[in-house]
Design a binder for this molecule. Structure first.
Ligand SMILES: CN1c2c(nc(N)[nH]c2=O)NC[C@@H]1CNc1ccc(C(=O)N[C@@H](CCC(=O)N[C@@H](CCC(=O)N[C@@H](CCC(=O)O)C(=O)O)C(=O)O)C(=O)O)cc1
Ligand SMILES: N[C@@H](CCS)C(=O)O
Ligand SMILES: [Zn+2]
Length: 788
């Protein structure tokens, strides 16, 4: 064992660093490797070697872009699936049901569950990471959870980097945030808070820091972003004072009691917002550096006691968006950051760069007029690393040393401001002319009566959420069409054939309100972005959404309008094949914004209204074409809810307003549905009610209808379809299971309001699971219907 007193003390962090980097690979190499491993096409050794090669290319790329090879400027943020799962494995806190599994087998079992011969094990729950479209796996912590250190992966990566000549910085979710993000294990007593286990967890983190130090780490980054979110730090189970006390306790154990020679220097990261009242507490600890988000978070005013002995990593380069930085403005912000009184200021990103694609230079936009401009306006991860390096040079060598780069960035900002399409007078005139009346539908009871007459549905009507499986054939046809190998007419015929199959299947299954199945959509946001003015889409701008799943967030750069109808021909074709009502299917304004990179030069509320108007026109066209039911999906309504309570009312006003603007133009006998998933919605029931939709479908199966008592207690008097089929799992629910959930539902809410549907769309599932599951869903609805 190394005598740790012989190790050199931590060097200062170099002038620029990033808090994390995309790990999926510039061409989604990790996605392909992991999915090949799951499919049995490659073994664990091959997966490990492909992952190591990707890490190696990442380090080389970061050095090439200007991060120092020494001084721990380069973070190690590789993950096979998720950083919170990585932390759970590192501290040995996987739930008991994964006992007996080891290594990658245990890791992927926790991420995806197991079934059949491998044994029935539910995966960890997945939920949104702060207010982003990234999903993490939720640790389950109870009074009896045991913790045991496994630092092997972090140590191996450090050693791997050292062998290549890099001194890198391991990154781990910090102990307080790990417990704040966890949920109480199923067998925990009521009122149990995972944070109460901090005292047992800290020795494991202390052991981790010792091992990392022994393995040569000079710095470690502990992600304590949990401290910026009120929904984690001010809940019925946890109070803000308790969280602040936990920070003091944790960093007394890790920073004060572990001497500087026993551990790496600690960089405490707080991304996604302001630390607020936790800032003085963090500053009073003995960590060596603090990373603040100065994009979403405000710059604290005046000196902060305790920072005088610390390095401040000033997060001035936006890790959440893709706009090229205005370097002059960033330099001004860095100047102001000096006033906080830190011992040193280092340039950083506001968050990990995991939320942005790899490299804008690999993009080739079709639209020649936009192409050159857009390239110049954008910075993906690699361009952001270069921005950090330029700003760091300015800090050390003065602004003159980077005058050319600053001028180029100012020019880009100016061309973006003045470019055609960024401000369209006709669009602005329409939003400026909106009045209260445009956001109001007619009286609710009258609507219910007219819709009942027009639709003539049975009690407990059955429906699905919209998408049917995106089969390999569908994706292949779309890829061939994009490459020019399949003519547009042939591609569209293939999609019509798929729609006809899906409609026939639903008739056979006996569903009451049908859908067209969304075969023609590559993604529920990108599809609309491709058809609306004001957006650009990328060909390779992939961002990890969860595990191996990725999306290509669209780029909303200008004023939004709808040149022509977007869904009408597909929907009316589907409706022409059936006598049953067929739901038109649209993505709502908030979700389109949440899952795109939005412009930062107009208020979000203006963009939301522009989208609301485009969708309003689409709904008018669907209605005129005879469509009687239209669903406007808003799964991201909760996701964009600001992390601080003080900011929530303003958000809810414009977000709910944009949905109402989209939907309020319809006739009383046109039924508006909405759909929500991927979050817990208890906090926003009032807002869901204000959407004024006629029917709301909502994820509920995995939580066994947890939302229904809350809806009842809030007096929710609208149609509601609590999900009865958990589509995130390959499991086929039995008729009895669905009956059980429905019986629970009819006991909790007025049965005349109830609809029967899955939790969400079926696009990620296969027909082998979907067919029997929907059969059981329809059978269960009929059975319970007979008892009413
Ligand atoms: C509902 N969800 C969504 C979120 N955000 C979105 N923007 N969209 C969503 O649907 N956030 C919350 C959740 C997150 N859930 C998911 C679920 C599933 C995926 C997913 O499956 N992603 C796919 C990519 C989907 C896509 O864009 N498909 C395109 C392109 C397909 C492709 O990769 N083509 C290949 C070639 C095709 C072939 O030969 O097989 C290629 O380009 O190399 C399409 O269908 O046209 C994924 O693969 O990760 C994401 C989020
Ligand atoms: N209509 C969409 C909603 C997903 S949240 C679907 O069914 O996939
Ligand atoms: Zn959904």
């Amino acid at each position: 064992m190394t005598d740790m007193t012989d190790l050199p003390t931590a060097p200062p962090l170099p002038g620029g660093t990033i808090l994390g980097y995309p790990r999926i690979g510039p061409n989604r190499e990790l996605k392909r490797a992991v999915e090949s491993f799951w499919a049995g096409r490659i073994d664990a050794g091959e997966l490990e070697s492909q992952a190591a090669a990707l890490r190696s290319r990442t380090r080389a790329r970061l050095a090439e872009l200007g991060l120092a090879r020494e001084g721990a400027a380069i973070p190690e943020t590789f993950s096979f699936y998720d950083q919170v799962l990585d932390a759970a494995v590192t501290v040995g806190a996987l739930p008991r049901r994964f006992d007996g599994l080891t290594g990658l087998e245990a890791y992927f079992a926790a991420a995806r569950g197991t079934s059949g011969d491998a044994g029935e094990r539910a995966p960890l729950e997945m939920t949104k990471w702060f207010d982003t479209n990234y999903h993490y796996l939720v640790p389950e912590i109870g009074p009896d959870t045991t913790f045991a250190l496994d630092a092997s992966r972090l140590v191996a990566q450090l050693t791997e980097a050292a062998a290549e000549g890099y001194e890198t910085r391991p990154v781990v979710v910090g102990p307080v945030t790990f417990l704040l993000l966890a949920k109480p294990a199923d067998d925990a007593p009521a009122g149990f808070s995972p944070l109460s286990r901090l005292g047992d967890l800290l020795p494991v983190y202390a052991g981790l820091l010792r091992e990392l130090r022994e393995a040569g780490a000079t710095w470690v980054q502990l992600d304590e972003s949990g401290l910026v979110a009120d929904h984690l730090t001010d809940t019925s189970d946890v109070k803000p004072e308790a969280v602040r006390a936990a920070v003091t306790e944790a960093y007394r154990a890790l920073a004060t009691e572990l001497g500087a020679t026993e551990r790496p220097a600690i960089l405490l990261q707080a991304s996604y917002g302001s630390l607020g009242a936790a800032l003085p507490v963090v500053a009073a600890t003995d960590v060596e550096a603090v990373a603040l988000d100065l994009v979403r978070g405000a710059l604290p005013t005046g000196p902060v006691a305790g920072l005088e002995s610390k390095t401040l990593v000033a997060g001035v380069v936006d890790g959440r968006n893709i706009w090229r930085a205005d370097l002059a403005a960033k330099l001004d912000l860095l100047d102001r950051a000096q006033s906080l009184g830190a011992a040193a200021v280092v340039v950083g990103t506001s968050t990990s760069l995991q939320h942005v694609p790899h490299d804008v230079t690999t993009e080739h936009w079709d639209d020649a007029t936009l192409d050159a401009n857009l390239h110049a306006w954008l910075a993906f991860a690699d361009q952001k690393v270069a921005e950090v390096a330029v700003l760091a040079t300015a800090l050390t060598d003065g602004r003159d040393a980077v005058a050319d780069e600053v001028r180029a960035s100012s020019d880009a900002v100016a061309t973006r401001r003045d470019a055609a399409g960024v401000r369209v007078d006709a669009v602005r005139a329409r939003t400026a002319a909106l009045s209260r009346h445009d956001f109001e539908r007619g009286e609710h009871d009258a609507r219910v009566a007219e819709q009942a007459t027009r639709l003539a549905l049975p009690p407990l009507p059955t429906t699905t959420i919209g998408s049917f499986p995106q089969t390999v054939d569908i994706r292949k046809a779309r890829a061939a069409h994009a490459k020019g190998d399949l003519a547009t007419e042939a591609y569209e015929q293939a999609m019509r054939d798929e729609i006809a199959r899906v409609v026939a299947l639903q008739e056979e299954l006996g569903l009451d309100v049908l859908v067209h199945g969304e075969a023609e959509r590559n993604d529920m946001v990108q599809y609309f972005a491709e058809l609306l003015d004001g957006f650009a889409v990328t060909s390779n701008g992939w961002v990890q959404s969860y595990g191996s799943r990725c999306t290509r967030p669209s780029i909303l750069w200008g004023d939004v309008s709808r040149p022509e109808p977007m869904t009408v021909r597909w929907t009316t074709y589907a409706q022409s094949l059936t006598e049953k009502p067929l739901k038109g299917m649209l993505t709502g304004p908030v979700t389109i914004m949440a899952w795109s990179f939005v412009r930062d030069d107009v208020p979000l509320a203006e963009t939301a209204n522009q989208l609301g108007l485009a969708l309003r026109d689409e709904i008018a066209d669907l209605e005129a074409a005879g469509i009687a039911v239209v669903q406007v999906d808003e799964p991201a309504l909760r996701e964009l809810l600001p992390l601080r309570k003080a900011d929530q009312e303003t958000y809810l006003n414009w977000s709910v307003g944009s949905f109402r603007l989209a939907t309020a133009g319809v006739r009383a006998d046109t039924q508006i549905h909405t759909h929500l998933c991927y979050s817990e919605f208890g906090e926003v029931i009032g807002a869901i009610d204000h959407l004024d939709a006629d029917v709301t479908s909502i994820e509920a199966a995995r939580s066994r209808m947890e939302i229904l008592p809350e809806l009842r207690d809030e007096g929710f008097g609208r149609g509601v379809g609590p999900g009865v089929y958990d589509i995130h799992s390959p499991r086929v629910p039995s008729t009895e299971e669905v009956v059980e959930l429905l019986e629970l539902a009819v006991k909790t809410v007025d049965p005349t309001l109830l609809w029967v549907n899955p939790d969400c769309g079926l696009k990620t599932r296969g027909y082998a699971e979907v067919n029997p599951s929907l059969e059981h869903l329809v059978a269960a609805a009929r059975e319970v219907r007979a008892t009413l």
